[in-house]
Design a protein around this ligand. Structure first.
Ligand code: FES
Length: 496
């Protein structure tokens, strides 16, 4: 056994560990949050920690064999979107009261995102929102995208149970806080409605997600699931219904379904896009919804980028020039998140630091002396991600028999969609120039959809309507997609 001293700004702790484990595994076992987008494969370089007298090491590659002191960063605060509901439904409270199990019933609407989780607690007597909780998905220590999480379930004997435990415990912590705040007990939590991508819902329910990632990409379920309170380990009424909303396919999940159902918009032909780790796209045309997912990768979540990081304290989240940028938490910059890198690439294009092909002569220094840089590989990652999304949009428009001029609006869901500068997104070719005046961020539409489901018995019809109208287009089956993808890798300077 060796001793490991863990020093954080607000805590010092000494733990014991056997040898033969990576430092990342040792820390994960004790629920320390270490940013590890590649899931511990040694490829992302993000899990750096400082060992006193030894310097910086990658936690996933470092196997302590003697007593050490590890300097850990403080708890990161996330930039999580909760207040933006302008384009979303706010239905009158209309829940079936006869179903109440206690005289003081409460419910929770949850959006389990790959990166962030948001919970609305609702009073089921009067429909009032009591409180909103949000936090980073603790499963991120096993990788930032769904494929890393699925790999973990596949490769580790207890992988699924471990990922499920992390999310259940994190939700229970917020439920406990809410119970204390309202002075109620578990019996009063009577209904839970959950939106999220297909993988997150599988893991939450403890259902093997591995088939999602293997051809023919058939998840164990896509339809609505209902469980009773005691099944999942949530600290709620044993007879409470836990409902996960329906998904469309392996990669177009209940987050998109709930978001589409929650949109309150006048247009007939519109796009609805969630640029997360997975680039989900829906094109609504009259009575049909064409959906697709692009393998955009997690570049816009900060992973795969040399100095990339999530939208948390220390991330440059917007950038005008090297003297004018905003850092989340107003601290010294430690890296760049998705909205920041979008601005930076637009700046580099505009100032001819990169050319149309993305060629970069030398690394671009964002924060001197050379602490934070953008290199050629980063530019390629952004090109791959932006081309995947843009090409997906073009193909869906074509399949729907429309052209850009027929599209009346483009609604951007999720945190990234809300925080990116739309001009920068257009300039780098992530979003279509043709829709410049018609792009609207809609906020966390997935959670608002789950909330409407909890609030009104009538919302289920809207969810079912979305499912009925939706068709899933597998982009990799469309030959033209590959051509589009190759064509859209370049940047266009005409947009400045
Ligand atoms: S390099 Fe260690 S988690 Fe990616």
């Amino acid at each position: 056994m060796i001793k490991i001293k863990l020093t954080k700004p607000d805590e010092v702790k000494i733990i014991e560990s056997e040898t033969g484990l990576s430092l990342l595994d040792i820390l994960r076992k004790r629920d320390y949050e270490i940013y590890a987008p590649c899931g511990g494969k040694g490829t992302c370089g993000k899990c750096k920690v400082r060992i006193r007298n030894e310097g910086d090491v990658l936690a996933c590659r470092y196997y302590p064999s003697h007593d050490i002191e590890v300097i850990l960063p403080g708890k990161q605060e996330a930039q999580i979107l909760i207040h933006q509901t302008q384009y979303l439904e706010d239905l009158p409270f209309k829940a079936n009261k006869s179903a109440n199990l206690t005289s003081e019933p409460f419910g929770a609407a949850i959006d389990i995102g790959t990166t962030t989780v948001v919970i609305y607690f609702l009073n089921l007597n009067n429909g009032q929102i009591e409180t909103i909780s949000y936090f980073l998905n603790p499963q991120s220590i096993y990788g930032s995208d769904i494929i890393s999480r699925i790999n973990y379930c596949q490769e580790q004997k207890n992988g699924l149970a471990e990922l499920q435990r992390l999310i259940i415990e994190a939700v229970n912590e917020r439920i406990d806080n809410f119970k204390e705040y309202k002075n109620i007990d578990s019996q009063n939590i009577e209904k839970i409605v959950i939106a999220g991508n297909t993988t997150m819902l599988h893991i939450f329910l403890g259902v093997d997600p591995v088939p999602i990632a293997i051809a023919p990409f058939k998840p164990a379920f896509t339809d609505k699931q209902v469980r009773k309170g005691h099944i999942t380990g949530l600290k709620i009424n044993n007879h409470a219904d836990i409902i996960t909303l329906p998904c469309i396919s392996a990669f177009v999940g209940a987050d998109i379904v709930a978001g589409l159902a929650a949109l309150k918009v006048p247009q007939k032909n519109y796009l609805f896009i969630d640029i997360g780790t997975n680039g989900e796209i829906a094109l609504v045309r009259d009575n049909k919804i064409f959906t697709a997912a692009t393998a955009a990768g997690p570049a816009f979540e900060g992973a795969n980028i040399s100095y990339g990081m999530g939208a948390v304290t220390g991330a440059i989240s917007s950038f005008s020039d090297p003297l004018n940028y905003y850092v989340i938490g107003n601290t010294e910059p430690e890296g760049v998140c998705g909205s920041g890198i979008t601005d930076i690439v637009a700046y580099m294009l505009k100032n001819e630091i990169i050319d149309e092909t993305g060629f970069l002569k030398e690394p671009f220094i964002i924060y001197p002396p050379d602490k934070i840089i953008v290199n050629q590989r980063d530019i390629r990652e952004i090109q791959l991600a932006k081309s995947a999304i843009y090409s997906g949009i073009k193909i869906l428009i074509k399949i729907a028999g429309l052209s850009f001029k027929d599209i009346e609006a483009l609604y951007l869901a999720g945190g990234f969609g809300n925080y990116i500068n739309i001009d920068s997104a257009i300039q780098i070719g992530l979003l279509p120039f043709e829709l410049k005046e018609k792009i609207y961020p809609v906020g966390n539409s997935a959670c608002i959809g789950a909330l409407q489901y909890l609030k009104s018995d009538e919302f289920e019809a809207k969810i079912n309507d979305v499912i009925k109208k939706s068709v899933y287009i597998e982009l990799s089956d469309i030959g033209e997609f590959t051509d589009e993808f190759a064509m859209n890798m370049n940047f266009s300077r005409n947009l400045f």
